[in-house]
Design a protein around this ligand. Structure first.
Ligand code: IPD
Ligand code: CA
Ligand code: CA
Length: 356
C-alpha cells in the first residue's frame, strides 16, 4: 500500500496548502487567562494514567509519517473552516427546517455546509472514502482514509439560535482517528463567535492554536459532567435519564448542551471532566474522541470495552475519573446488552477495512 506521504504529495499540492504553523499561530486569549485555567500545562502533564487501551490511542500501529499527517491536517482544518463559513453566513437568518423524525431536525444549512465540505475534500483527496451525515457514503471504499463529517452537530440548537453547535470533521486511518477539526459556535444571536479545535494522532490537541489538556480532577464530587440524549426514547434513553439523575446528585452537576462534538471538546479543554452518550454515530464522535485522547484523556465504551467510532456508546473522561465513572455507568450498560438491545457496531461503510 502506498504511504500517506506518497499519497499526500500527489493529492495535496504543497502550494495549495496552508503553512503548517498556521494551525498553531492563532491566539484568542491572553496568556494570563490560559494559565489561570491551567491551560498551559505541558504535554507530559497531559498523559492520564490508565489501564485502558482504547483503539484510537494505540499509535504504535499507525504507519504514517508526521509530515503526512500534518499535510492531511491542513486539509481537515481548511474543510472545517469552509463549513463554518457556510454556517456563519446563515446563523442570524431565518431557518428552513425539515424533519428526519418527530424531533430530529435538519436545516438547509446542514446540507449546504456538507456540500461545501465535500467539494473541498473531493478536490484535495479524490481517492478517500467519505461518510457524511447528510450525504452518506461516497468515494473509494478501498481507501484506508475515512472522512466522518458532521456538517452541523447540534442542529436543534442551531435551529433555535441556542449557542452550542459545531462543524465537526474527523478522519480515520484504517478505522482509527487520525486527524480532526471542530469549529464550535458560541455566543448567541447577533454576537456569534467561533473557536477551532484541532488534533492529530500523536500531535496533541489545540484550541485556536493553544495546546489543551484535560483537567486534573479525580473526585466525582468536585467534577462537572456532560451527557446527551438521542432522538429514540426507549430503554437506553431511560437508563441515561437515571444516570443523569444519579450523577446530578453526587457531582457538581451534569450539563446537557446538545452537541456531542462540542461536549467532547469541552472535556479536552478541561472545562468538564467527562461526557457520555448512547448510540451516537461515527460522524458525531470521530473528531471529539481524538480531541480528548490527544488532550490526555481516556475513551471507552460505556460498558468499559475498547472503543471504535462505530460503537453505540461512548464515555470520554479526563482519565483520572474513568474507573470511578465506569463503576456506576458500566453495570446498567451491560444490563442493556444482556437484555438484547443492539449495541453492535454500526455505520461502517461496506468494504472499509479496519486493522483491528
Ligand atoms: C446530535 C447532537 C446531540 C446528541 C444527539 C446527536 P445532530 O447530533 O450531537 O448532542 O445528543 O445524539 O444526534 O443531530 O445535531 O447532528
Ligand atoms: Ca451530530
Ligand atoms: Ca448533524
Amino acid at each position: 500500500m502506498p504511504s500517506l506521504a506518497t499519497m499526500a504529495s500527489s493529492i495535496l499540492p504543497r502550494s495549495s496548502l496552508l503553512p503548517s504553523r498556521h494551525l498553531r499561530s492563532v491566539r484568542a486569549f491572553p496568556s494570563s487567562f490560559q494559565s489561570c485555567l491551567r491551560f498551559s500545562l505541558s504535554r507530559s502533564a497531559c498523559v492520564a494514567s490508565s489501564s485502558y487501551s482504547t483503539v484510537a490511542a494505540d499509535r504504535s500501529r499507525v504507519d504514517i509519517s508526521r509530515e503526512s499527517i500534518d499535510s492531511l491536517m491542513e486539509v481537515v482544518h481548511a474543510a472545517a473552516k469552509r463549513g463554518a463559513e457556510v454556517v456563519m453566513e446563515a446563523v442570524d437568518k431565518p431557518r428552513n427546517i425539515d424533519y428526519k423524525g418527530k424531533t430530529d431536525l435538519v436545516t438547509d444549512t446542514d446540507k449546504r455546509c456538507e456540500l461545501a465540505i465535500l467539494e473541498l475534500v473531493n478536490s484535495k483527496c479524490p481517492d478517500h472514502l467519505i461518510l457524511g451525515e447528510e450525504g452518506g457514503v461516497s468515494g473509494d471504499s478501498s481507501s484506508p482514509f475515512l472522512w466522518c463529517i458532521d456538517p452541523l452537530d447540534g442542529t436543534t440548537n442551531f435551529a433555535h439560535g441556542y449557542p452550542s453547535f459545531a462543524v465537526s470533521i474527523g478522519v480515520l486511518y484504517k478505522g482509527r482517528p487520525l486527524a480532526a477539526s471542530v469549529v464550535e459556535f458560541s455566543g448567541g444571536p447577533y454576537c456569534w463567535i467561533t473557536r477551532t479545535f484541532t488534533a492529530s494522532a500523536g500531535g496533541g490537541a489545540f484550541c485556536n492554536g493553544n495546546k489543551i489538556c484535560v483537567s486534573n480532577s479525580d473526585t466525582i464530587e468536585k467534577s462537572l459532567f456532560v451527557t446527551g440524549f438521542g432522538y429514540e426514547h426507549d430503554e437506553p434513553w431511560s437508563t441515561n435519564i437515571e444516570l443523569f439523575k444519579e450523577f446530578t446528585d453526587i457531582s457538581r452537576g451534569v450539563r446537557r448542551l446538545g452537541a456531542a462534538a462540542v461536549d467532547m471538546c469541552h472535556v479536552a479543554l478541561g472545562i468538564a471532566e467527562a461526557y457520555w452518550e448512547y448510540r451516537l454515530k461515527p460522524w458525531d464522535m470521530a473528531a471529539g474522541v481524538l480531541m480528548v485522547e490527544e488532550a490526555g484523556g481516556i475513551v471507552t465504551r460505556m460498558d468499559g470495552g475498547d472503543f471504535t467510532v462505530f460503537d453505540r456508546s461512548v464515555l470520554v473522561s479526563n482519565g483520572h475519573l474513568h474507573d470511578k465513572l465506569l463503576k456506576i455507568i458500566a453495570p446498567p450498560s451491560k444490563l442493556l446488552i444482556q437484555k438484547g438491545f443492539d449495541f453492535s457496531r454500526w455505520y461502517k461503510p461496506e468494504g472499509y477495512a479496519l486493522d483491528f
